[in-house]
Design a protein around this ligand. Structure first.
Ligand SMILES: [Ca+2]
Length: 338
């Protein structure tokens, strides 16, 4: 359990394209054991972004589970100069300025999303498509054959998987009311925001909030991943993808308010689940411009319980990835801003 700063230079990890797979444009065929096309760089799926079933909130808007954190904004240093993944567009470090904003202390929980779904009848993208991506290690022995995402065979296309059935048919969120909702797409997140009278944070807002007032640090609490040997977030412990020791206490998701908050009172900005942001991804073209504006992918931040340094060292404040707006998987959620 040693502190491990992000590797740079010749020791850097090669770029890894896919922390959560994209839903493919082609409609899924048989449910054999073959592979789906995919990866996080594909286009939006057929019929994407329609029928999200957004409704107006019919009851008084409740505060987010962990409350709001009102942040002052102002200038801050965004990005990192030594990302192990140059193609992600984490760098260069640049100063940005933000207006004051509010952001939820925690990711949206299953209980919150259930409330939204009950009131609006929202049908998530996973439900519309009939399937979502589930990590293979969560499927019980004897589970019917599934297809894998190309390049990331541990992601399995599971029919019947959605936010209320995170591991597919027969699973539920009982006992996980305070865990982050997963299997939600960008479009699902927007629908929730419309109901809740909130919005998704911009990437800049997310990163500013995740840094908790610390400049230039890879983690929300500082430079060391496990300061004084203490686990501070929910990531993959062991060796990926075969051995999940859950040494940090969690094999899958953890409660949205587990582990100590950062300096701004935000919980689990790194680890646990990837969080959708409002911005388009754009890869290395992180600054606004034609390339970024034409990218159908939306940005996600923070990494997840599946991230391991051997494969995906993205559980850092500046790390990014992108995915198409109709994609969903068991490690993707969101938090709201205002
Ligand atoms: Ca863990």
């Amino acid at each position: 359990m040693t502190a491990t700063p992000p590797p740079t230079g010749p020791d850097a990890q090669p770029p890894r394209a896919c922390c959560a797979p994209a839903r493919t444009a082609a409609a899924p065929g048989d449910a054999g054991t073959g592979s789906l096309g995919g990866g996080s760089s594909g286009g939006s799926g057929a019929g994407a972004c329609t029928g999200t079933g957004t409704g107006s909130r019919t009851s008084a808007a409740a505060a987010p589970y962990g409350g709001w954190r009102q942040l002052a904004g102002g200038p801050f240093l965004r990005g990192c100069a030594d990302s192990p993944y140059p193609a992600d567009g984490e760098g260069p470090v640049r100063q940005e300025r933000l207006a004051p904003f509010g952001i939820a202390a925690t990711a949206v929980s299953n209980a919150e999303f259930a409330h939204f779904a009950r009131e609006t009848g929202h049908r998530s993208d996973a439900e519309r498509f009939g399937w979502s991506f589930v990590f293979e290690g969560f499927l019980p022995d004897g589970f019917p054959p599934t297809r894998a995402a190309v390049g990331t065979p541990w992601w399995r296309q599971v029919f019947g998987a959605d936010w209320a059935h995170p591991e597919g048919p027969g699973s539920d969120v009982h006992g996980r009311a305070d865990h982050p909702v997963v299997h939600v797409s960008y479009e699902d997140a927007l629908a929730y925001c419309a109901w809740a009278g909130a919005r998704l944070p911009s990437e800049a807002e997310w990163e500013y909030a995740a840094r908790g007032g610390l400049a230039g640090m890879p983690y929300p609490w500082g430079r060391e991943r496990e300061p004084d040997g203490a686990y501070r977030m929910n990531i993959w412990r062991g060796s990926f993808p075969g051995r999940n020791t859950a040494a940090d206490g969690y094999r899958g998701t953890c409660p949205v308010d587990a582990f100590p908050p950062n300096g701004y009172g935000l919980f689990n900005t790194t680890g646990n689940v990837w969080e959708w942001c409002a911005d388009r991804f754009g890869g290395a073209a992180a600054d606004p411009g034609d390339i970024r504006q034409s990218d159908p992918r939306r940005a996600l931040r923070g990494g997840s319980y599946l991230c391991h340094e051997s494969y995906c060292l993205r559980y850092r404040t500046s790390a990014r990835m992108g995915n198409t707006p109709d994609s969903s998987s068991g490690n993707t959620g969101f938090r709201v801003a205002r």
